[in-house]
Design a protein around this ligand. Structure first.
Ligand SMILES: [Zn+2]
Length: 190
């Protein structure tokens, strides 16, 4: 499988959300993306990155979409941290574009692997359409040609989750969970 990993935000013009401890979403997404790259390559997958460093050229979301489409990736995974004014908000979320697409079974696999890896972590789900993922019209989900998911790995605005998100061990565990989901998807759909 050729997998495009998109580390959310760019770390130059747009650092994303900032936690109470000062952690930047753009750093967490980048470090987790690099851990995921390593994990997927070890599983024998080919990886295309939208960025591997802080990169101001990614200011337009369509640049990320074009990288994935031009590489003819089989899957697209965008990594982000959530933010809320309510600092008690917590949990992980997996998003797909609205409607039933090839992304839905993949999103369900990611959800299941994250829930198995982090049994104490709240998984924020939306079962109104029969599966646990949430749906949103994000550009990177709408405009990519391949099954695309966006993972909100936790709330950077939550004191405890921010510390977890910044922890390289946690980032590696998220990478393992998503890597397992990619392997399951490859076994079932390729
Ligand atoms: Zn974000």
């Amino acid at each position: 499988m050729r997998v495009c990993i998109d580390a959310g935000h760019d770390g130059v013009i747009d650092c994303g959300a900032v936690g109470q401890r000062g952690c930047l979403e753009s750093d967490i997404s980048l470090y987790t993306a690099l851990a995921l790259k390593e994990n997927l390559q070890a599983r024998g997958h080919e990886v295309v990155m939208t960025r591997e460093c802080n990169d101001e050229r990614l200011y337009s979301l369509m640049r990320r979409v074009n990288i994935a489409n031009e590489a003819a990736a089989d899957l697209f995974i965008s990594l982000h941290c959530n933010a809320a004014e309510n600092t008690a908000a917590k949990g992980m979320e997996v998003f797909t574009s609205p409607g039933e697409t090839g992304a839905d079974p993949f999103a369900t696999m990611i959800y299941e692997e994250l829930a198995a890896m982090f049994p104490d972590q709240l998984q924020r789900t939306d079962y109104s359409d029969g599966d646990p993922d949430k749906e949103a019209r994000f550009t990177v989900l709408m405009e990519t040609n391949m099954p695309a998911v966006l993972v909100e790995m936790g709330f950077i605005t939550n004191w405890q989750e921010e510390a977890e998100l910044c922890d390289p061990k946690r980032q590696a565990e998220i990478a393992v969970a998503i890597g397992r989901a990619v392997d399951r998807y490859a076994a079932e759909y390729c």
